[in-house]
Every structure is written in C-alpha cells, then in structure tokens.
Design a protein around this ligand. Structure first.
Ligand SMILES: Nc1nc2c(ncn2[C@@H]2O[C@H](COP(=O)(O)OP(=O)(O)OP(=O)(O)O)[C@@H](O)[C@H]2O)c(=O)[nH]1
Ligand SMILES: [Mg+2]
Length: 302
C-alpha cells in the first residue's frame, strides 16, 4: 500500500488508476490508504457543471489544450449519472476527448454517480483527494447539472464553472439564486447560435442586484467550444478565480462541506431499505408499532 501511494505521488498513471479503483470499490485497505494521504489543499479542483449537452466535455477538451500548452499536467474526472457503477469511461467522453487519452500529461477517468447520496458520487471527494497527491496542476471534474449535483459540485470544487447555452433561460429562471450561489464563472457556450448576446445580457441583468451583497461580480464568458473560441479567456478567468479561492474562509468552508458529506455517507452506509423493511415487518407483527419510537431506537449507522 505504501509503495502504491509512493508511485501515485510520483505521478505513475497505473498506480493512480489502481488507487482510484480500490477507493471506488472500497476494496482492501482503502481506508488506510485514505488516512495516509498527505494534507494538500493547494491543488485546485475545477468543477464544470451545467445542463445535459451544454458542451461541457467539448469545453473541457479545449481547456485541457490550454493547460497542456502552458506545460501543465491535468487530471479529469467525468461523473456520468447514467452509466452503471464501474463501467469505466463514457463512450461519448472518450470520443470527444480522444486526443488526450494517450497524452502523458493528461489523466482521464469516468465515474458513475449511481448509488450515491443525492447524485454526485460521494467517492469523488476521496478520489479528488487522491488525485491531489499526484503531481497534477489542475483537477477538472465534469458533472451533469441536474438539480442537486450542481450544489454538491460547489462543495467539492475550489472553482465552479456553470456552463449554459442561449436556450437555458428556463433553467436560469428556475434556480436563479441557487445558480448564483454556486457559480464562480458563467459560460454561455454555443454562442454561435442566435440570441446568445441577449441571453448574456439577461443573465447579467438578473445577477446585478446581488452583486452589492456579494462584493464581487461573477464573470459571464461567451464560448463556442466546438471552434475552441473563448477558451483562452475562460482559462484566464479560472486562474483568477483559483487565486481568490485560496482565501482561508473558502478552504474552511470546503473542508466542512466535504466532512459533512463523508460523515453522512458513513452514517448511512450500514442502513439499507431491505433490512429496515424486515425489522418493521417483524415489529409490526409483535406489538403496537410506532414509527417514531422505531426511528429513535434505531441503532444502525455507526
Ligand atoms: N453549435 C455548437 N455546438 C457545440 C458547441 N460546443 C459543443 N457543441 C456540440 O454540442 C454537443 C454536446 O456537447 P458535449 O460537449 O458532449 O456536451 P456535454 O455538456 O458534455 O454533454 P453531457 O456530458 O452529455 O451532458 C456536441 O455535439 C458538441 O459538438 C458550440 O459552441 N456550438
Ligand atoms: Mg459531457
């Protein structure tokens, strides 16, 4: 285990993959592995989220280009809500990021989010912490923003990029405040489409009233990812945002969020519906059943 961690820290992709698999499947001494990770909070995690098909993977693909061209090493995690646990990489992501799959400076891995609490794979906290020990300069996490997972990514990433398209008006209306809370940067992708400028204008107008309270503005950037247009500006905005995220209170908030999620997972791990059902079934037969006494007396979890 120690040798494996050593090689992971040196950036050996095979060892990194093995570590991730151990953690993902809760195999062997994975908890010992996690507990021996060196504390390292200065490796930025960049969350890329947004509605399905907004162009997140295309953006990530170009962004990797900007990073690699400036001599950086990058790790990318794609969280796919639909693929079964452990199926490995998504075919779509594989095709779109195919240029990078064999590049020595780029590590790409897909994870399924099925089975997690709320959407985003809880393991992603552990896996990004593993990746932080390897010599990557940036860790990018792509998640499909469907409700809850957008909020969860904000608790994981140092910088959260919310990708929208000119047709995202309804989505923006629906979660206005929520979006502003999590986004460090807005990207309006597919700006080659009509009404992109109008959408950008509306987005800015909508956020204006909140700026006074927030003491800063959220950048809104236009991209055409399929033509690699606007990606350089996005990279610069991410770098600026990373700088800001190094402020102490953000780090403390992130650590608290992560601790909360991991504790929640641990507490719930030993509780499953099947055994609850069996317990309730038995109790219901025996005596006067009270749901609240049952819940209070329930000693599962720890
Ligand atoms: N017109 C146009 N199409 C784009 C642009 N960026 C991406 N696309 C296309 O949009 C489609 C979806 O792109 P993806 O990058 O897979 O989007 P995604 O957000 O990662 O999708 P999911 O991961 O499935 O949610 C692809 O066919 C892209 O080629 C753009 O700027 N303009
Ligand atoms: Mg994608």
């Amino acid at each position: 285990m120690e040798a494996l961690l050593q090689k992971t820290m040196q950036g050996d992709f095979k060892s990194i993959s093995r570590c991730i698999s151990l953690v993902e499947n809760e195999v062997g001494d994975y908890e010992i592995l996690l507990k021996s990770l060196p504390y390292n909070e200065n490796k930025p995690i960049i969350g890329i989220t947004g509605p399905p098909g907004a162009g997140k993977s295309t953006i990530v693909d170009s962004l990797i280009g900007s990073m690699v061209n400036s001599g950086k090493q990058v790790a990318v995690l794609c969280v796919d809500p639909s693929s079964p646990f452990n199926m490995g990489a998504l075919l779509g992501d594989r095709i779109r990021m195919s240029d990078w799959y064999s590049h020595p400076s780029v590590f790409i891995r897909s994870l399924a989010s099925r089975g997690s609490l709320g959407g985003l794979n809880h393991k992603i906290i552990e896996i990004t912490d593993l990746l932080r020990t390897a010599p990557f300069d940036f860790i990018i996490v792509e998640t499909v923003g469907v409700g809850q997972s957008e909020v969860e990514i904000a608790g994981l990433a140092d910088v959260t990029v919310v990708v929208l398209v000119p047709e995202s008006g309804d989505e923006v209306q629906a979660m206005k405040a929520g979006l502003m809370e999590i986004a460090d940067i807005f990207v309006v992708n597919k700006s080659d489409r009509p009404d992109a400028d109008l959408f950008v204008k509306n987005l800015r107008t909508m956020m204006e009233p909140a700026y006074g309270k927030m003491h800063h503005e959220i950048p809104v950037l236009k991209t055409i990812a399929s033509q690699k247009s606007g990606i350089g500006e996005l990279f610069q905005a991410i770098l600026a945002s990373v700088e800001k995220a190094h402020q102490h209170h953000r780090k403390l908030w992130l650590l608290t969020e992560k601790a909360y999620q991991l504790i929640q997972y641990r507490k719930m791990k030993s509780i499953n519906r099947e055994s609850l059902r069996n317990d309730i079934e038995a109790l219901r037969k025996e005596s006067h059943f009270n749901l609240y006494s049952f819940v209070e007396g329930f000693s599962g979890g720890d």
